[in-house]
Design a protein around this ligand. Structure first.
Ligand code: SF4
Length: 370
């Protein structure tokens, strides 16, 4: 399998990494088969977290592949924030994984600027990381998080991270454009290695696996971490990656235009309808992205889509911050106003008038019901 350099770590990581979350629900015998097949096929990056099944994912990986530890780069994540708790977490991860060192330890799920700074404060997790690095138990420090990228942007600007892990896909790129436009770019400038995850949005893009994986791997990231829990998915992922060619700009534009998940609802942030009236619809739709990832379009979808959207739309818990930002806007949507003249500006055939009013009912506190 093709490899890429992981920033300043100098590690060469394979195009797809094996994400360990779904091993919690996979029988040990199958975990053994999946991980060893992945390594035999040239994969070399295995990632898990102390919190996945309270150590169960780590234990399963330890049982399955610790005997060939030299064949792969191993990463785990620590969600504890005090030095004492983090030290204990690192110790337990090493024990679970049956290894004497982690190549990368991520600070897990950093979702706020306050949390990002707390990790580095005296008596907090970074002290445990430095100690573990001194003792050869951890090589590189990473940070992981998803959703609105403010906290991660703050963290990589201010703190000494070697590696970043966050979500990249062709749907959330329109909800959280700063992830690609600022976070990814600044990581590359700082030679911070970038690992991608959630190319299929925790299953939301389940009908488009090839497009989803190709899109994310076409970004300037090193490795895409995929959750793999069946032989069928493993084979499919290997087939896609082994025939991988980067998407051209035309292919990307075709994807943005035609992707069944984006439909005629998700705003592609082209800005063509902005500056025409006294509010910029693209800014309103960005707030909707933060609120519920533009997943609720006010129609009744098919049952699978309905169930997935129900599970995922508030996954990042950013409803309140979106409402707060809308509250602070001086110009809001006027539900009595007719915005239909904007509709023919949209190359993606979005009914802007309808969408603006739906978003107003989601974000406003004036009691307007769509
Ligand atoms: S024209 Fe359509 S895609 Fe472009 S910003 Fe407006 S609503 Fe979004």
């Amino acid at each position: 399998m093709q490899t890429r350099i992981l920033g300043k770590t100098g590690l060469q990581t394979s195009l797809i990494g094996f994400g360990g979350f779904h091993l919690i629900e996979t029988a040990q015998k199958e975990v053994h088969f999946l991980l060893n097949t992945y390594l035999d096929q040239g994969g070399n990056y295995i990632e898990t977290a102390a919190d996945y099944g309270a150590g169960l994912s780590e234990k399963k990986i330890g049982h399955a592949v610790s005997s060939r530890r030299q064949d792969f780069i191993l990463a785990s994540k620590c969600g504890r924030r005090t030095a004492a708790e983090a030290e204990q977490s690192i110790h337990q991860s090493l024990k679970n994984l049956k290894t004497d060192h982690l190549d990368i330890l991520f600070m897990h799920a950093v979702q706020s600027v306050v949390d990002a700074d707390k990790i580095m404060a005296p008596g907090c997790a970074y002290e445990a990381v430095l100690k573990a690095q001194k003792e050869g138990k951890v090589k590189f420090l990473g940070i992981s998080g998803h959703g609105q990228p403010d906290a991660l942007i703050h963290a990589i600007r201010k703190h000494p991270y070697d590696v970043l892990l966050t979500g990249f896909n062709y749907f959330d790129r329109f909800n959280f454009p700063e992830t690609e436009e600022i976070l990814l770019k600044e990581c590359l400038d700082r030679e911070i290695g970038v690992l991608g995850m959630k190319a299929l949005m925790d299953g939301y893009l389940y009908r488009s696996p090839e497009q989803g994986i190709r899109y994310t791997l076409s970004l300037p990231i090193s490795t895409l971490v995929l959750g793999i829990n069946t032989r069928e998915y493993l084979q499919k992922d290997l087939d896609i990656v082994n025939s991988f060619t980067p998407m051209s700009d035309d292919e990307k534009e075709g994807l943005y235009l035609n992707a069944m998940e984006l439909r005629t609802y998700v705003c592609r942030q082209c800005g063509k309808c902005d500056q025409i009236v006294d509010l910029n619809p693209s800014e309103i739709f960005l707030l909707e992205g933060e609120y519920d990832r533009q997943m609720d379009d006010g129609t009744v979808p098919n049952p699978a889509q309905y169930a997935l959207a129900g599970k995922l739309k508030f996954w990042f818990m950013q409803k309140e911050s979106a409402i707060q930002k809308y509250r602070n806007r001086t110009i809001k949507v006027d539900p009595e106003k007719d915005y239909t003249s904007l509709n023919n500006q949209c190359p993606y055939k979005i009914d802007i008038d309808r969408k603006l009013k739906l978003v107003h009912s989601k974000l406003s506190e004036d009691g307007y019901i769509f």
